[in-house]
Design a protein around this ligand. Sequence first.
Ligand SMILES: [Cu+2]
Length: 260
Amino acid sequence: MKSFASFLTITGALLHSVSAHYIFSKLVLDNEVSEDWQYIRETTRDKCYMPTKWSSTFDNLTPSDTDFRCNLGSFSNAAKTEVADVAAGDTIGMKLFYDGTIAHPGPGQVYMSKATTGNVKEYEGDGDWFKIWETTICEESGDLTSDAWCAYGMSQFEFQIPENTPAGEYLVRAEHVGLHGAQNNEAEFFYSCAQVKVSGSGSGSPSVTYKIPGLYDNNMTLFNGLNLWTDSLDTVKSDIADTPIGDEVWSSGNSRTSSA
Ligand SMILES: [Cu+2]
């Protein structure tokens, strides 16, 4: 068993080194794809697509840092990033940089946060965040290290701005989490934020809100301890349920989630 375990570890490492990383850089409005970083705040990282992790970090950034909101240094680009007009109820998309596709197994989420100042170009994301979209396991009989996850192979997330979203300016944060290194506290987070102005007459109020950082921590087994090569589907599901990823989305009914 020992050699089998090290084989698995080595395989995981090899898979990691050959797979491309990714980040959301384009907004899709009415099926039109924007320029890179036109509406999405660009990170100042050297390689924009590198993951954020708790150990073996890049740029020392972890999910427990303030810049886990919208990625490293991106607030310094907020003023020059455009604000997209969307209507509550619209379906929009966030698409990956450089025609990338999601090459790691794990869930995808979209969170929103209203600009407390009213002006998203001045908003650091220190207010409340709520989840509007979620995608986890689609193929329960699929391979948990790859295509069991709905997001695996996707090039963009498409999601609805909930119809009851109050008008105003918001950050929209799309995130994918690669869980292939979770057994070593190396879950990988890929995320960025679009700036949007929502119109409409919505008057809803999300029931569950989060702060970032604080959304996730590495006491959560999903990110630190889970092993996709050896854990059962039920274990993966219960580890998901023990994080905000297991929480209901606000205005459900438009997400592709497991039947659990
Ligand atoms: Cu990776």
